[in-house]
Design a protein around this ligand. Structure first.
Ligand code: GUN
Length: 319
């Protein structure tokens, strides 16, 4: 049984689980595939990203997606619609994109403004162009282990674990968060790789009792620093999906310990710094490996979106 002393003895600094590095590898593979598609078949995969309204975080994410598409040789278009766009108009735009031969991937950036039903919008996207993997047909296929577009964040995390040599088979994986975008698909993908999976959420009593049993802990709830040292089994692999904006200098000191001077400088320059769902200073002393925020899971999501778009371009043409 683990004692306070054994926890103390293990204290060190977790190795970085380098999402940014793995994302670069994936993007290199995608760029090569795009070259080949162009050279051999004259096909340039095309992604259209639709954004409604002016959510500042969404604007940054969409900018990243469009820029990365261009860097890798894909063609990409950004359709920015005003905040007062109706659901009918948005679905009309999606239907138009479904019908266009030159469009391979469609992504409608979430969250959508109030009054627009995300479910109806996702269901309007042609499943063969659903590079986000949010259409019920793709979710069903993924759950059954059939070929499908898999949501980019959990797909990226699986790729990270595989490429970084983290053994999933037989491991106890605990996921905190049950969202349709991350928690649920993550559970399915880990299960398909023979992990024993526990999903925790906002109604789970005694969260730490579950998370402390995790060999692999994935946190995706959007609650800054929720996961503390006491939640983590010594040596565990911890994947932090959270991307929360932190504006207070005092909080930055509390979260980042030795690294706080650099973070405070970022707050003074940009108005915020990013912190995940994991308390970085505490958890890095207990975990074996930990994804940083930023530079962990975020870049993987974009890389997998590029890969899904190339897959869509190939499948739609039977290549
Ligand atoms: N909002 C935050 N992440 C994502 C994503 O991966 N896809 C979409 N469509 N919206 C998001």
């Amino acid at each position: 049984m683990e004692t306070v002393e054994s926890r103390e003895e293990r204290r060190g600094v977790a190795a970085i689980l380098d999402g940014a590095h793995v994302a670069e590898e994936i993007k290199r593979d995608v760029a090569r595939d795009v070259e080949a598609l162009k050279g051999e078949h004259g096909v340039t995969p095309c992604l259209v990203v639709v954004r409604v309204g002016e959510d500042p975080a969404s604007a940054v994410y969409v900018g990243n997606k469009v820029r990365t598409s261009e860097e890798l040789g894909l063609s990409s278009k950004h359709l920015a619609l005003p905040a007062d766009t109706t659901e009918v108009r948005l679905i009309g735009e999606v239907t138009g994109l479904n019908a266009r031969e030159d469009v391979d991937g469609i992504l409608v950036q979430l969250p959508l403004p109030k009054g627009i039903d995300e479910r109806r919008v996702n269901e309007a996207i042609d499943p063969s162009k659903d590079v986000d993997g949010y259409h019920p047909l793709n979710i069903g296929r993924m759950t059954l282990g059939q070929p499908a577009f898999v949501p980019c964040t959990p797909a990226g995390i699986m790729e990270l674990l595989a490429r970084e040599g983290v053994s999933v088979r037989g491991a106890h994986a605990v996921i905190v968060g049950r969202s349709h975008i991350v928690g649920r698909p993550m559970a399915q993908l880990l299960l398909q790789r023979d992990a024993t999976v526990t999903v925790c959420h906002s109604r789970t009593p005694d969260l730490a009792a579950h998370t402390r049993r995790a060999d692999i802990l994935v946190c995706a709830v959007g609650s800054p620093g929720l996961i503390r040292g006491e939640h983590v089994k010594p040596g565990a692999v911890v994947v932090d999906v959270g991307m929360n904006r932190l504006t207070g200098e005092e909080q930055a000191r509390e979260f980042f310990g030795e690294d706080s001077a650099r973070r405070i400088e970022t707050i003074r320059k940009r108005g915020f710094t990013l912190v995940g769902d994991v308390h970085p200073a505490e958890v890095s002393r207990v975990a074996g490996r930990l994804t940083p925020v930023p530079g962990g899971v975020g870049p993987l999501t974009v890389a997998m979106l590029m890969r899904n778009t190339v897959t869509a371009a190939r499948r739609r043409r039977g290549l």
